[in-house]
Design a protein. Structure first.
Length: 446
């Protein structure tokens, strides 16, 4: 496989960009990343002309794949030709806000921003102002963007910043608990309940190997927040408009969070973030309230057009049936392959998310279909071995994924997420032939 152009581009990039990239995960593989020149449906073509089946899909935003359907493409072109941006409200942002509030039950008002990180930073600020409290509860190993309040390591209130450049006293207000641990959640609220502004949680840990919620776990969090006057904040930057369709993961799991952060699909592949929630809380943002939040590019008309038309296309076509069906075929096929070749590994995911997690122990056989996405039912034959939190995923063979498995899949023309923790995504442009080719590659690589 010729990679001369990618290698040269990486050498050039190293001299002008830290690590040669603008987002760390892109350089998570060795000896260098391939550079993508263009997309084609469910595939990407790199700078050397090599073609890959793309299960990364921009790390989640591309629900429809790389080829935009005509309504989406026309809307993008129209709004781009009207002018880059205006520093003033536009009709399209109102239409997009109306669509989201109409379909996501917990969202009565929404504020568009420019990234998932900006959304979570703003949501935490809003929760602290609304409750008059400082402490934020997060899940161990969870990722909520480059947010100084949530980039922590440790357990309980004994956490410290996970990156240089963040003052230690920032972490004093953050509490980390294991995902799916009911007892730990109760303990934290018993000790700190009157000081907790919010619980910030992904409904599915989609940035840490894909871990689904145990039965009643989110109900436990919601009840604890209600009992103690805290806010439940769902981070649906990844799951929003992918898991659970237009009602998002909160609709799938029948949970009514106070606030929700969005990104990725809500912008149709363009830079975006959003905070949505109850009107009585959202109205505390400036200018209707006192909680400062602003951004020059927020509600950018091209992004709003792309996001709205993407969601409308999904609503009017069989998008979710298609991507969820292919996701199920992938998980079923991978389960059979792992049962035969690597029974200690775990197939994770739900709807159009999938991943093989390189766990280190498991049963000798899988006597029955793995119920991936089942909210951790004890009836599943893999229940005792399925990762329940971020620590379980991190204890797997994460280095084997990066150094051995990923390059083997790449050599077979399959583009997977660059580390063990990032999700993989099915798009509307993928086909059953893509699934079959990918399963054959997994079989060979494993």
């Amino acid at each position: 496989m010729n990679e001369e152009n990618s290698r040269n581009l990486y050498d050039r990039a190293l001299s002008v960009m830290p690590g040669g990239v603008n987002s760390s995960v892109r350089a998570a593989i060795e000896p260098y990343p391939f550079f993508v020149e263009r997309g084609d449906g469910g595939h990407v073509i790199d700078a050397d002309g090599n073609r890959y089946i793309d299960w990364v899909q921009g790390l989640g935003p591309l629900l429809l794949g790389h080829d935009l359907p005509q309504p989406v493409e026309s809307a993008v072109q129209k709004h781009a030709s009207n002018g880059p941006m205006f520093g003033a409200p536009t009709p399209i942002e109102v239409e997009h806000a109306e669509f989201v509030t109409r379909h996501v039950p917990s969202v009565e008002m929404i504020r568009f921003v420019n990234s998932g990180t900006e959304a979570t930073v703003s949501a935490v600020r809003l929760a602290r102002a609304y409750t008059g409290r400082d402490k934020v509860v997060v899940m161990q190993g969870s990722y909520h963007g480059a947010n100084d309040s949530t980039l922590v390591e440790g357990e309980g209130a004994h956490v410290h910043p996970s990156s240089p450049g963040i003052p230690d006293d920032f972490a004093e207000h953050t509490i980390a608990v294991p995902f799916n641990d009911h007892e730990a959640a109760h303990h934290v609220f018993e000790e700190y309940g009157d000081d907790i502004a919010c619980v910030l949680v992904e409904p599915v840990l989609a940035n840490y190997g894909i871990v689904t919620p145990a039965e009643e776990y989110h109900e436990t969090l919601a009840d604890l927040c209600d009992d103690h006057g805290s806010l439940l904040v769902f981070d649906e930057v990844i799951t929003g408009f992918r898991v659970g369709g237009l009602q998002c993961a909160q609709g799938k799991f029948d949970i009514d969070p106070d606030l929700t952060t969005f990104g990725k699909i809500i912008g149709g592949g363009f830079p975006v973030g959003a905070i949505g929630g109850k009107a009585k809380i959202m109205r505390n943002f400036t200018p209707s309230g006192d909680v400062f939040q602003a951004g020059t590019f927020s509600g950018h008309p091209v992004t709003m057009a792309a996001g709205l038309e993407t969601l409308k296309f999904a609503a009017e076509n069989d998008v979710y049936d298609h991507v969820n069906s292919l996701g199920e075929q992938l998980r079923r096929g991978l389960t059979e392959i792992c049962a035969d070749q690597a029974p200690e590994y775990t197939v994770a995911g739900l709807d159009s998310l999938f991943k093989v997690i390189f766990t280190r122990e498991g049963p000798d056989d899988l006597d029955g279909q793995c119920e991936a996405g089942c909210r951790q039912r004890p009836s599943c034959p893999r229940y005792d071995y399925c990762p329940k939190n971020g620590g379980d995923v991190a204890a797997g063979e994460t280095d084997r994924w990066r150094r051995v498995f990923w390059p083997q899949m790449k050599e077979q023309g399959i583009f997977l997420s660059q580390n063990q923790f990032e999700s993989q995504f099915v798009s509307y442009a993928h086909t059953e032939a893509d699934v079959e080719e990918t399963l054959e590659a997994y079989r060979e690589a494993l």
